[in-house]
Structures are given as C-alpha cells and as structure tokens.
Design a protein around this ligand. Structure first.
Ligand code: AMP
Ligand code: MG
Length: 404
C-alpha cells in the first residue's frame, strides 16, 4: 500500500521526486516555425556559408574602385542587378552595373557606390564620390563559414536562433518536444461558467489556472474540469487518455477529509501521498499510475498554483531540456512583518518592486483560498523552514512569477 507517512517530506525531496517522474522528453524534428521557446537537442552545423555569395550592402552601382578614384566620373551602366539576379556577367573596366542590396556582386567589381553618391542614372551614371576597395561589399562567409557550429545543443530557441536556422536553409530542427499534461479538476461542488451557483457549488478555477500554467511553462495541456468525487468516474475519466500524456496533474481530493477521490483512486496503485513541509500546499502526492507520471496537487486554488510553481514547473522545464529550470529570484526587503509556521517553508504572495530599493510587499494573508491576492502578486516570498517571524526591512528571497 502506498500510504500516508507521518514525517513531513522536505520541499526539495518532493521536488526531485516529481522531476524524476516526469524525466526528459524525447527528441523530435519540428518545423522551424514551431520551435520557438524549445531547446535544441543537437548542434546545428552550417551546410552553406552566410552570406552564400558576395553581394551588395547598398542600392547603388557596382564598380572598380580605381575607376571612380577621381570624381566626378561618368560611367556607362551595362546591366541592372536586382536582388535575385544571377549577376554572373563580368564588369568590364570603365563601366558600372546598377545593383540593389543583396544582389550578387559581378565578377571584376570590388566596390559599390551607394545611389546617394550618384545622379542615379540608368544608361550612364555620374559618380560624385570615390569609394574604397570593398566598400559596401558583403563577402561570402563573412557571417558564417561552411561547417561552423552556429548553435549548440541545449540552446533555448528564440527568434534570432530560428532566423539563423532558416537563413541556413533548415526546414526543421531537432528539439525536445513539449510535455503533454492532462489536468484534472476533482470536486462534486465544481461547476462551469454561465449559470447561477446553487448553494454549495463554486465555479471551477484550478483547471483553467493549471492548464494555463502548463502552457506558460512550455507544455501542452488537456483539461478535464469537472470530475466528481467518485472513484469509478474519476478512473473512467482519465483511463482513455493515459496513453497520450506525459504527466497527469490533478487538483483536489488529497487531504485528510472523507471523499478524497484522488487519494482513494491512487492509494496502493503507485502513487504516494505525503505532507510536504510547506505552506500552502502541504498535502501532495506523486508516483506512477499505470506507467504514467502523476502529481496530485491540493485543491485550494492558491495551494494548487503555488505547488505547481514549486514542484511541477521546474519538472516541466527540465523535461524540455532547459538547463535553468527555476524562475528568476532576487533578494528584497520586506515592507511589513510576516509570521510563518515552524518547520515549514512558507511561500507568501508578494509584490516586488525592483525600482524602489528592491522592496517586497506581502499581499493578502497566508490563507490558501485568497486567490485575488495571488492575482495581484508578482512573486512568492520564501520564508525558510526554521524562520517563524520576520520584521519589516528584513531581507528575503523572492521568486518572480513572470519570466524564465
Ligand atoms: P479539496 O482538496 O478537494 O478538499 O479542496 C479544497 C478546497 O479547494 C475546497 O474548498 C474546494 O472546493 C476547492 N477546490 C478544489 N478544487 C477546485 C477547483 N478545481 N476550482 C476551485 N476550487 C477548488
Ligand atoms: Mg475536493
């Protein structure tokens, strides 16, 4: 029987347990345009040089620099070279080719006179200023040599990295795929939006919140919002989906009451339930149900979301191959005192203002139902296990809730 253990589990231990369960996602080839914010799984080596050929950096006239050394000079314009032209006809001495930015430099030319330094003529051109050899010329491989390693495995792919891959002609890239998470909200009291609440009912919110958190972390979320507190119906809801998910994430049904559907359905079936030394978010479960990684979060909305931040988000980031899996953190001074239970890491919601001397203001109280306070926070204030009170101006560590 996987059961409840009496001693509190350390935050760090539960965290590594969840990360270990999720593991690392397989490498897949995805279209470059789908790779934003994914992690490159293998080095990218340039199959072509960049630029691929010598070309003009300006709209103007390809010339021999020596021919325009004593301006003004009038040269016949022999050809017109828009971008995309093959541009392989040689430039005869004493002539010019009209050339656009990005068009190949004709053989024999060694400089480009920008159009602003000429009269802009089409059959002949008057050049008013001399140019140096190589001026306004972009040589092949200036940027990237063939065979150069341009992106290393482990790189987080942003717009510039995707642009570079596209410039090198890649249609797809090897990346770790997004983890697929099935988010299940349990509770017979939960209803959807649109109607009036009967007494005892509440609008379901954890599912929407956790699915959004999964997506923000880079994962894919499928959401089952209204799973009643009934073991058979709970199992029936998740069974058909188990084959296609990397993590099953539940909220509710794991604490000490009766009708704890998640606990009842999973106990003795590969999932262990513990109390973690933290507030909020004490009751947690993790394990494997029929081969699928499971993390069970408590039902109170703030507990669920804080648990996600502490345990699940780093696991999803690690699964995607990110080296840095934690949110950015900072030290800050408290604008007001806080108290915290002994032996538990407390995560208080806060508003961090880096501008005004790195001050953090606790928002709302410690209650795990205070969702509106979470909604106006931008950080979690971490009060260590052994600390029971902090005074105004004391220094604390804050984890920023936005950013990577
Ligand atoms: P539980 O852990 O199931 O006992 O739930 C603890 C508290 O969180 C109760 O007040 C529930 O009504 C509430 N709760 C549980 N799941 C959700 C949910 N998906 N959306 C909103 N509140 C919830
Ligand atoms: Mg419940």
């Amino acid at each position: 029987m996987g059961g409840v253990t009496n001693a509190l589990t350390r935050v760090a231990d539960h965290k590594s347990r969840v990360a270990g369960l999720v593991g690392v996602m397989p490498v897949v080839d995805l279209p470059v345009s789908d790779c934003l914010d994914l992690v490159l799984a293998r080095d990218v080596v340039a199959p072509i040089p960049l630029p691929p050929f010598d070309n003009s950096a300006m709209d103007g006239y390809a010339v021999r620099a020596a021919d325009v050394a004593s301006p003004p000079v009038v040269l016949p314009v022999e050809r017109d070279l828009p971008a995309g032209a093959a541009g392989d006809a040689p430039l005869a001495p004493g002539t010019a080719h009209r050339i656009m930015t990005g068009a190949p430099l004709p053989p024999g030319a060694d400089a480009v006179v920008q159009v602003e330094w000429t009269d802009g003529g089409t059959s002949s051109v008057r050049v008013d200023r001399a140019v140096a050899v190589e001026q306004n010329v972009r040589r092949a491989a200036d940027d990237v040599a063939v065979g150069a390693t341009v992106l290393v495995a482990g790189t987080a792919l942003g717009p510039a990295q995707l642009g570079l891959a596209a410039a090198l002609g890649f249609g797809s890239l090897p990346v770790r795929r997004r983890p697929r998470v099935l988010v299940l909200s349990t509770g017979s009291e939960l209803v959807g939006p649109g109607g009036a609440l009967e007494r005892g009912q509440i609008f379901e919110s954890n599912g929407v919140m956790l699915a959004a958190a999964v997506r923000e972390a880079g994962g894919e979320a499928e959401l089952l919002r209204f799973v009643p507190d009934d073991v058979e119906r709970f199992r029936a809801a998740l069974e058909p989906r188990l084959g296609s998910v990397d993590l099953l994430l539940t909220s509710g049904g794991v604490s000490a009451g009766a009708y704890e559907v998640v606990k009842d359905a999973f106990t003795g079936r590969g999932v262990e339930f513990t109390k973690v030394a933290m507030q909020p978010g004490g009751p947690q479960g993790a394990g494997r149900y029929r081969g699928v990684a499971v993390a069970t979060l408590p039902g109170n909305p703030v507990s669920a979301q804080v648990s996600f931040e502490v345990f699940v988000r780093p696991a999803l980031r690690a699964a995607m191959g990110f080296a840095e899996v934690e949110r950015p953190s900072a030290t800050a001074r408290l604008s007001a005192p806080v108290t915290s239970p002994a032996g538990r890491t407390q995560f208080r919601r806060g508003l961090f203002d880096p501008a005004s001397g790195r001050v953090v203001t606790p928002v709302g109280g410690p209650g795990s139902h205070l969702l509106s306070a979470l909604a106006v926070s931008n950080c979690l204030i971490e009060v260590p296990e052994d600390v029971t009170s902090l005074a105004q101006d004391d220094e604390v560590v804050v984890r920023l809730l936005h950013g990577r």
